[in-house]
Ligand binder design. Structure first.
Ligand code: RRO
Length: 312
């Protein structure tokens, strides 16, 4: 089965790798991903200065779902430049994706320039959808601001593959509004979707929310989020397939989930919760489950599956 993929000029030996989220904050965690069968290494979303974790409990997971409010913990962007140098030294053939978060314009452009100019980072993923920082909105729900930001980003003269991590949209009219903005710029990829932001789960026994930060509100993943992710991938692909690739990030438990998302239009796949739970073994497991399932249906190349969803 042919499972390599490219983003602009960057080659991924496998289209399956980690999402910016669990187990990608420290240099040790990142090196472990690089040494696994993951096709690339996504680093934790970073800010200009280091940030601490939100207070506990900040993450609860059961079989069907997880809720998180980690709070964008990271070591500050300068550390991720150092980590990227070490990863590249040991694993020169694995692409490194820097995940950059928006706080205020000056800091944001400083980070984008730093990763653009760095010789070790291969791909820039701009996170426009973190739901867990008090007082900071999920930018990609504000279409006007997103348009202005993209205009300013591309004015910097970006040459590396660059993409944007989006929140879920629940109305195709909104998907279309965002697609129309993306189409104005040379966007190489979008990552669909971030968690469903600002949800609340209550424990009736204790009469408390399950997580502490932000009045109990947090980002939701789960079996019932997968159809939202699938719909976002399908609708975006329909609107922007000719110029922008889609990375799917959205509750993958097994190889068949991966197969479904390729059918909906994803070209690459990021693992989040499952990676948090199983560690790097999940990359090999899910890749071989996918290969077994796709081969049993007669496919020999992922390009034959992408956007091959049959109409009813
Ligand atoms: O760190 C987090 O709390 C977090 C981030 Br940056 C994000 O983009 N999405 C999410 O669900 N959690």
């Amino acid at each position: 089965m042919h499972i390599s993929q490219t983003l602009k000029t960057v080659e991924f030996p496998s289209f399956i790798f980690n999402a910016s989220g669990p187990r990608c904050t420290t240099q040790g965690e990142l090196l472990k991903i690089a040494g696994s069968s993951a096709g690339g290494i996504t680093m934790k979303s970073c800010s200009p200065e280091a940030r601490q974790w939100n207070p506990e409990p900040r993450y609860i997971e059961v079989d069907m779902w997880s809720i998180n409010s980690m709070g964008l913990p990271n070591h500050g962007y300068k550390k991720y430049l150092e980590y990227a140098a070490e990863i590249k030294k040991q694993f020169p053939n694995k692409p490194i994706i820097a995940s950059i978060v928006w706080f205020c314009p000056e800091d944001f452009f400083l980070l984008i320039k730093a990763f653009q100019e760095d010789k070790n980072v291969d791909v820039l993923e701009v996170n426009l959808s973190c739901p867990n920082v008090v007082g900071k909105p999920q930018i990609a729900y504000d279409f006007e601001t997103t348009d202005e930001l993209l205009q300013q980003i591309f004015a910097l003269g970006i040459t590396k593959p660059i993409g944007f991590k989006l929140p879920p949209y629940f109305d195709p009219v909104h998907t279309e509004m965002m697609a129309n903005i993306l189409k104005k710029y040379p966007v190489d990829f979008i990552t669909c979707i971030n968690s469903v932001g600002n949800t609340l789960i209550i424990d009736p026994e204790t009469e408390q929310p399950l997580i502490a930060p932000k009045w109990g509100l947090g980002g939701l993943w789960g079996d019932y989020v997968k159809p939202v992710a699938l719909a976002n991938v399908r609708m975006f692909y329909k609107m922007i397939w000719d110029k922008t690739k889609i990375i799917w990030c959205g509750w993958i438990k097994n190889g068949i989930d991966v197969f479904e998302h390729l059918l909906a239009g994803a070209s690459l796949v990021q693992l989040g919760t499952v990676f948090g739970k199983e560690d790097t073994d999940c990359f090999e497991r899910i890749e071989s489950e996918f290969i077994e399932y796709a081969s049993s249906k007669g496919y020999s190349d992922i390009s034959e599956i992408i956007w091959n969803l049959k109409e009813l």
